[in-house]
Design a protein around this ligand. Structure first.
Ligand SMILES: Nc1ncnc2c1ncn2[C@@H]1O[C@H](COP(=O)(O)OP(=O)(O)OP(=O)(O)O)[C@@H](O)[C@H]1O
Ligand SMILES: [Mg+2]
Length: 589
């Protein structure tokens, strides 16, 4: 049942290529029908020659050649159909694979981050590559061999019964044995194959995780540990895979034996029927050719089912991922936010990542257009989380967030995110050139605009010193740049985006104090006329904020300007004192 479901689901993914699929199906049926002609004509030719031989006269060509001409005609027709099928089945399945890869990619990119956090990117990629490979193979073999095999079996068996029911029974027994054995092995190996696939996914995750952290592996001298961790997974994988392979090897041997026994039985039974005068030599030849054809088709079908059984867990993983619905999506009546004024209001917002521990509790605050608000507090207080709710990485469990008085859930996601520029705590960069990374902010930007943005972000000097300037490739996650350089690229990127609302999450934490001072000055002009939310541990950087919110355990515990808060003598004062007095104390000790 599960197989049929997977099979029909895979076929339903043909989408816009369905029409071509139908043409291929018709060609397959025509091919299957044409194939019957060959054994029938073969038998007729043998009988004609037999008649001539018994009369001891020379072959009468006028009786044989029409049969040969029809045979040639069918032969040409089957060649034509097979060529068309091979050509178009290949194209169709390759084309569909690319469509499905894009579908999956788009779908996964929309999934909530909660999903991405628990599913490693290596695993997601493995599901995509192996799932789409399995689909490609399924479509290809369905249209190239499998459909023709099923049609042939459905038509050949009744024909065989009509030709000689006694001999046909042998074939029916053979089909039943094949079906029984295949079903038995599938049941035996299903769970094991699922386990194999889990190990394959673990392996993909392990490899991708390790390769993504090579500096860590090398500096902690963990090469051997990582290799042996991979070997462990490999061993577990092989332990699960070998029994599956043994079961399938067994079925191959049993099927082969059943085939040989069936052919022998047909020959013996045919000889006996001939001696009884119940069948002609031509009919025996026809029947054996039929039997050979049926056996080939049966073997094709069993091989197909074998491969499908191996691929089933991959297809299941793929469909399961495709069925995960993005929790955050546009409401049907979502409005487009053109250019926000920048009034932000958080009202009693509560959020938890795991529904057990609160990351944000009853958060309420308002920001007026053009104001700069700073969030400070100890690590893990929930600052990044609070601001990520504004551009809907997650939706709060309760409370509401509005921009210009509109609930952000009523704003289309695209327009919401176009209005907000984020400099992330970890500068996220693509493995592309510097200019391509900057253009993410504004794909339309000219080279002069790129330079201007880089200049404002104090990045122009180091970019121009690179061998290929703006065309320099910066490696995976910008690995070939320093931490501070990466931060400045991500600031330049947001300057190019030019959004009315700006979020700076520890934007200048990796900079030396001279660059930070210059950049802070440059940022002042960027911040002007925009609503800005700044998160900073270095409290000197939030001095000029209109208001500071001090967060602790997901809550705001103090609010005010720098001076007001400092004079209050509360948590903020304590934080400032720690920062400004810790250093001399430490040096002294
Ligand atoms: N993606 C996530 N999934 C689950 N829990 C998370 C996730 N991100 C953060 N947390 C948890 O939520 C809490 C708040 O994290 P958050 O990143 O908002 O802190 P923060 O105030 O920005 O800290 P820092 O100053 O160190 O950046 C922490 O306890 C953290 O462990
Ligand atoms: Mg943070």
């Amino acid at each position: 049942m599960k197989f049929i479901k997977l099979y029909t689901r895979a076929l339903s993914l043909l989408g816009s290529d369905k029409k071509q699929g139908w043409y291929l199906a018709i060609a397959n049926v025509a091919l299957a029908m044409a194939l019957f002609a060959e054994p029938v004509l073969f038998g007729r030719v043998i009988d004609t020659l037999g008649k001539v031989a018994s009369n001891e006269s020379l072959p009468v060509w006028s009786e044989v050649w029409p049969l040969l001409a029809i045979w040639t005609g069918f032969g040409l027709f089957t060649i034509f159909c097979s060529t068309l099928i091979s050509l178009y089945a290949d194209r169709l399945s390759h084309h569909r694979r690319h469509m499905v890869v894009s579908m999956y990619f788009e779908h996964v990119l929309q999934l909530p981050l909660a999903q991405q956090n628990t599913t490693h990117s290596g695993r997601l990629m493995k599901i995509m590559l192996q799932g789409t490979d399995a689909l490609w193979w399924l479509w290809l073999s369905f249209f190239r061999d499998h459909l023709a095999a099923i049609v042939s079996l459905l038509v050949l068996i009744p024909i065989a019964l009509y030709m000689n029911w006694r001999l046909a029974i042998v074939l029916i027994v053979l089909c039943t044995v094949f079906a029984f054995l295949t079903n038995f092995i599938i049941r035996k190996t299903q769970t094991l194959q699922k386990t194999v696939e889990i190990h394959h996914s673990d392996m993909a995750q392990q490899v991708s995780d390790t390769l993504g952290n090579i500096p860590l592996v090398q500096s902690f001298a963990r090469i051997q540990d990582e290799v042996s961790a991979l070997k462990n997974i490999s061993n577990r994988l092989l332990d699960a895979q070998l029994p599956v392979l043994s079961w399938w090897a067994l079925i191959t041997v049993l099927n082969r034996s059943a085939t040989t026994i069936s052919i022998l039985t047909i020959v013996i039974l045919g000889t006996w029927l001939f001696t009884q005068g119940l069948i002609s030599i031509g009919a025996i030849v026809t029947f054996i050719a039929f039997a050979a054809m049926i056996i080939t088709k049966l073997e094709q079908t069993v091989n197909f089912i074998h491969r499908l059984a191996m691929d089933a867990p991959r297809l299941e993983d793929f469909f399961q991922m495709m069925d995960t619905s993005p929790e955050i999506h546009d409401r049907p009546d979502a409005v487009d936010l053109k250019h926000a004024q920048g009034i932000i209001e958080f009202k009693d917002v509560c959020f938890s990542y795991d529904d057990k521990h609160s990351a944000i509790r009853n958060l309420s605050f308002t920001v007026e257009p053009g104001q700069t608000i700073a969030l400070v507090g100890s690590s893990g207080a929930g600052k990044s989380t609070a601001l990520s709710l504004l551009y809907r990485v997650f939706d709060p469990q309760s409370g509401s967030i509005t921009i210009d008085g509109i609930d952000i859930k009523d704003i289309s996601l695209n327009s919401l995110r176009h209005n907000i520029g984020v400099v992330f705590q970890e500068p996220l960069l693509f493995n592309r050139s510097i200019s391509e990374n900057l253009l993410v902010g504004n794909p339309e930007a000219t080279i002069d605009e790129l330079k201007q943005a880089a200049l404002s972000a104090q990045a122009l000097d180091f970019i121009e010193q690179q061998e290929n300037g703006f065309d320099t490739q910066i490696g995976e996650r910008g690995r070939t740049l320093s931490g501070g350089e990466r931060q400045r690229i991500s600031i330049a990127r947001v300057i190019l985006k030019n959004p009315p609302i700006l979020i700076l999450d520890e934007a200048t934490s990796a900079l030396d104090s001279a660059t930070e001072t210059k950049l802070t000055r440059a940022l002042e002009s960027v911040i002007k006329n925009r609503t800005t939310l700044v998160i900073a541990h270095r409290l000197a950087t939030v001095r000029r904020a209109d208001r500071i919110l001090v967060m602790e355990s997901g809550q705001i515990i103090e609010t005010g300007t720098f001076d007001e808060l400092y004079q209050q003598g509360g948590r903020f004062t304590q934080l400032v004192r720690e920062q400004f007095t810790e250093l001399p104390d430490r040096i002294a000790s």
